[in-house]
Design a protein around this ligand. Structure first.
Ligand SMILES: CC(C)=CCC/C(C)=C/CC/C(C)=C/COP(=O)(O)OP(=O)(O)O
Length: 328
């Protein structure tokens, strides 16, 4: 019963994704999301929802055949996928966790004489591609800063547009990836300030993705590093007040457990990429970024292509990380 409901919805989404009129998207996004509610997340094949097979683009058999046929650098990852790395990229030197600040929307729209909504629409397309590319290259975690605790200071129309846009993005693309591609998904940030509808969309999709084992995509939404550290301190202070924790037992690991990124056993970002030419972190993952390598691209995010991601990864592979120690 689930299959007959889901397949037509999937084809609607594919055909609409080539449509560049962003206003047409919202209705089909909702349709796919509603189908989540028809599926029973408790009923799994292995560790995946039982709808996985009907979306799987390549069977495991053909994946393995592709691997054995290939003469290029092919790796089989722990999801049994064939990973083909372009250029000089080496699988053992890939960052596990990539963090991304997407910037340059206002300038992109201004350069083209278009309203800001066009930049956000284009940016969403690039973000989809980036998620697929990171997954394709075998990145384990991708955290993207899409809305900061300070972004409420933008014009109300833009904020409303963005929040609706993000909700649609979660209901369509992210839902589709979770159903078909084993993507894990979490939102980090102060969710209490988001609309009820957004909060319930986030919790349904997070819940549905809980048992997936593929790349973990974290969306930093209404996120601020200072907010996160302040909240963690409050939680620790409460534990001390209640006698659950002694002040002398507070250490870095105890503190990290209270951070929003403590959603799974998540390593800190190895690489931060910021597009748009600004050389700052803008309140993003302040604690977690202590030893991240920074890569700043002058490209505006709406122009950021696969080749730019490859260049960022390649730059990361040329770095020497010492973590305060001596060169080996
Ligand atoms: C469709 C889509 C994914 C759109 C996202 C658009 C958007 C609001 C991006 C902002 C991302 C962000 C928090 C950048 C941080 O710099 P900042 O500009 O908040 O801070 P700054 O003033 O220090 O540069």
């Amino acid at each position: 019963m689930q299959i007959s409901v889901l397949l037509p919805i999937k084809s609607t989404i594919i055909s609409s994704s080539s449509d560049h009129h962003y206003h047409h998207h919202m209705s089909s996004e909702k349709t796919l999301f509603s189908s989540l509610k028809l599926c029973n997340p408790q009923k799994k094949i292995g560790n995946r929802p039982n709808i996985f097979e009907c979306f799987s683009p390549i069977s495991s058999k053909s994946r393995l055949a592709a691997a054995s046929d290939s003469t290029a650098k092919a790796e089989i990852d722990d999801e049994k996928r064939v990973i083909q790395l372009p250029g000089d990229l080496r699988p053992e030197l890939l960052p596990k966790h990539v963090a991304l600040i997407i910037d340059g929307h206002g300038r992109w729209a201004k350069n083209k004489g278009l309203p800001i909504e066009h930049a956000h629409y284009e940016s969403k397309q690039k973000l989809k591609q980036l998620i697929l590319n990171c997954r394709k290259f075998g990145i384990k975690i991708l955290t993207v800063y899409v809305f900061s605790t300070e972004n409420w200071n933008r014009p109300k129309d833009e904020v409303d547009f963005l929040l609706a846009h993000f909700e649609g993005f979660i209901q369509s693309f992210i839902t589709e990836q979770i159903m078909g591609q084993d993507l894990r998904f979490s939102v980090i940030g102060d969710k209490s300030k988001l609309s009820q509808s957004m909060q319930s969309t986030i919790s349904s999709v997070e819940e549905f993705a809980k048992c997936n084992r593929g790349m973990h995509f974290l969306m930093a939404l209404n996120y601020g590093g200072r907010y996160e550290i302040t909240e963690a301190s409050k939680k620790i202070a409460c534990k001390v007040e209640q006698g659950i924790l002694r002040a002398e037992d507070i250490n870095e690991s105890v503190f990290e457990q209270q951070l929003l990124t403590n959603v799974t056993e998540l390593p800190n970002p190895d690489l931060l990429i910021r597009t748009g030419g600004e050389l700052r972190v803008s309140n993003f993952l302040l604690w977690q970024m202590a030893y991240a390598e920074f890569y700043f691209s002058s490209k505006l995010f709406a122009d950021f292509e696969e080749a730019d991601l490859i260049e960022a990864l390649s730059s990361f592979q040329r770095r020497q990380r010492r973590f305060g120690g001596r060169k080996k």
